[in-house]
Each structure stands twice: as structure tokens, then as C-alpha cells.
Design a protein around this ligand. Structure first.
Ligand code: KG4
Ligand code: ZN
Length: 342
């Protein structure tokens, strides 16, 4: 089975073709980062318009790279939510229409299920069950994953998502959008121990997160200590350490609560080297394992959508002819898939 995946939920146009025997045959990505940089964040209308320009050319490119024609495909998967409604509608309209024109089934994919299943594209995919920490620009969630579509949300952010906290804090520090990776780079030059940031909501039971206070803490630290280059790096270090520590503490708690030994991290922030290193060490100590996607599949991409779409199509979940987008779509409303073999 060969599936075309289309991702347009935010500021990346991602297209891929996944084959269940041969693996990934092509994947193309166009990032709109430059388009939004002047505004310091994603401008939804500009995002939609740019997806309109890029989606079809990238689909043509992916088919050419894979040496395929539409007749070689078995289905079209597109992100239907959650995300920016205009951006989602571009991918959903193109995906649904192409499937109709090519006489193929179409399937609507949940963006966060795409992230959650992205580690399945790697050589050593995790087996079920596992705890998944989903950390992106829009969501932070701890999920008990018993199988595909069997998701129980154990905790989530009550305010900013982890990626959003990175981006907002980076903006405060004068870094460009999206600031997460830049803040992380700045932190590499920082000294440990100069500043100590709080670990929000770790002093009480539960698996929810709150990151918005760290932004204020950063602003106050800059106000009291200035913003020379070394101070900025030291602040970046302390901020990153606080986010990573908080995530690690909650992962450990979720593993204890579920009794699982496998941890999956996915979503944009799972590209963070410090987070990966700390969770690796923690899981070695706990005699468990941690899984994450290769760096390019941590952030938004078409490969994860093609993969997730294939699982759904194999479960005979197809869309009618309507074009639908779900800007808000709780992950625990997805249907379980009977066959757990991914
Ligand atoms: O998953 P993603 O591409 O988009 C959403 O679904 O939201 O995640 C993007 C987020 C951004 O907030 C970005 O700053 C953050 O992931 N991010 C990082 C790193 N790379 C991406 N945050 C911290 N460290 C990184 N290395
Ligand atoms: Zn995403």
C-alpha cells in the first residue's frame, strides 16, 4: 500500500509518499519561517495563501522523486486538525479533491496522532504500550498509548505549550521566530548554576503542565541582571533546564503511574538535544527505553501524516466527499485500531 501524505496545519507544507513495504519513497518540506519572521509569529492568512502556492508543486515533486504517477497510489491522507483552520482547509481541499480525481480513498489525519506515530518511521520503532510526551508549538500532552487510537490523556498544559513557551521566551530575549531552536543554541554557551528557574507544578501531584510563568520569570531575570551576551546565554540555559527538568519529572511520574518502561517523545520540542539527553539518562537509570523521531520528523512533516493515514486506511476509515477541517480535535476522540501491529 502506498499513501500520499499532506500536512498544512501551520507554517510548514509537508508532502510525503509512504509505502508499507519499501518505507518512505519521498518527502518534501517547505517551511514558511521566513514569511512569518518579520511578524514574530505565524500570520494565519499568509500561511493559508502560501500553502495554496506550495502544496501542488510539492506533490508533483514528491511523485517525481519517487518515480511514481497517481495511478501507483492507494490513498491520500491529509491533516484535518488540530491547527489553523485556513491552513488546514488548503490541505484538506487539495487532498480530498485529488483523491476524488484519482479515484482513491481519502483519509483525514489527526496532526498530533501523526506526531505520536512519527517514531514508527524509525528503524527500531517502539512497541505498545508506552507513555508519549507530545511537545509541540501548540500542544503539550502526556498520553497513555495502548495501541493506535487508544489514547488516554494523562496530563496537558493548562496554559502555554512547551514550544510556545520556548518561542515566547526567545522573543523576549530578542531572538527571531521561531525562537525554540535559537534559544536552545544560545543555551549551549550558558553557564549552569548562575540562575535557578522554578519547575512549575512539580510540587503537587498530577501530570498537568504550566509554562507561562517561566516567561515572566525570564523577563524579571533580564530586568534584574541586564542582557549582556553571557547573561542572556545563562538565562537561556536556566530556562531550558527548567523546561526539560519539568518534562522529565512528569515523564517519570507517568511511567510510575502506568507501570510502563517505554517512553516516546515527539513534536517540535522533541528535537531539543538537552531534552533527549536528559531523558536518555533517566530511562537508562529506570532500565527502560526512550524513542523519538529523527530530528527532521520531530517538527511538522508529511511523512508522519502519510504513515498515520495508512494505519487509518488499513482500518477502513475513509472520508466522504465533504471537505472538513477540525481546528480543535481532542486526540482521545480517535477510534482504536483493531490490529495493533504497526
Ligand atoms: O511540532 P511542531 O513543528 O509544530 C506544531 O505542531 O506546533 O513544533 C514547533 C515547535 C516550535 O515552538 C519550535 O520553537 C519548537 O517546536 N522547537 C524547539 C526545538 N526545535 C523546534 N524547541 C526547543 N528546542 C528545539 N531544538
Ligand atoms: Zn506539529
Amino acid at each position: 500500500m502506498r499513501i500520499l501524505g499532506i500536512e498544512t496545519s501551520c507554517d510548514e507544507t509537508g508532502i510525503a509518499i509512504f509505502d508499507d513495504e519499501k518505507g518512505l519513497l519521498a518527502h518534501e518540506l517547505y517551511s514558511q519561517v521566513k514569511l512569518h519572521a518579520d511578524y514574530g509569529g505565524v500570520v494565519p492568512e499568509l500561511a493559508s495563501r502560501d500553502h495554496v502556492k506550495k502544496t501542488i508543486p510539492l506533490i508533483k515533486e514528491a511523485l517525481a522523486t519517487a518515480g511514481l504517477t497517481p495511478a501507483d497510489l492507494d490513498g491520500v491522507a491529509y491533516t484535518a486538525g488540530p491547527g489553523l483552520v485556513g491552513a488546514l482547509l488548503v490541505g484538506a481541499t487539495i487532498g480530498r479533491s485529488l483523491a476524488y480525481a484519482w479515484n482513491l480513498p481519502a483519509v483525514a489525519v489527526h496532526h498530533m496522532e501523526g506526531h505520536l506515530l512519527a517514531p514508527m518511521l524509525e528503524e527500531q520503532p517502539p512497541e505498545f504500550p508506552f507513555v508519549a510526551l507530545l511537545v509541540s508549538g501548540g500542544h503539550t500532552m502526556m498520553v497513555d498509548v495502548k495501541g493506535i487510537g487508544e489514547y488516554e490523556i494523562l496530563g496537558e498544559s493548562v496554559d502555554d505549550a512547551a514550544g510556545e513557551a520556548f518561542d515566547k521566551t526567545a522573543k523576549l530575549m530578542g531572538l527571531d521566530y521561531p525562537g525554540g531552536p535559537l534559544l536552545s543554541k544560545l543555551a549551549e554557551k550558558g553557564n549552569a548554576g548562575r540562575f535557578k528557574f522554578p519547575r512549575p507544578m512539580t510540587d503537587r501531584p498530577g501530570l498537568d503542565f504550566s509554562f507561562s510563568g517561566l516567561k515572566t520569570f525570564t523577563a524579571n531575570t533580564i530586568r534584574d541582571n541586564g542582557d549582556d551576551e553571557q547573561t542572556r546565554a545563562d538565562i537561556a540555559y536556566a530556562f531550558q533546564e527548567a523546561v526539560v527538568d519539568t518534562l522529565a519529572i512528569k515523564c517519570k511520574r507517568a511511567l510510575k503511574q502506568t507501570g510502563y518502561k517505554r517512553l516516546v517523545i515527539a513534536g517540535g520540542v522533541s528535537a531539543n538535544k538537552h531534552l533527549r539527553a536528559q531523558l536518555e539518562t533517566m530511562m537508562t537509570n529506570l532500565k527502560g527505553e526512550v524513542f523519538y523521531p529523527r530530528t527532521e520528523f520531530c517538527t511538522d512533516n508529511g511523512a508522519m501524516i502519510a504513515y498515520a493515514g495508512m494505519q487509518r486506511l488499513k482500518n477502513n476509515e475513509t472520508m466522504d466527499l465533504g471537505v472538513k477541517a477540525h481546528p480543535r480535535w481532542p486526540i482521545d476522540q480517535l477510534k482504536p485500531i483493531a490490529d495493533k501491529e504497526a
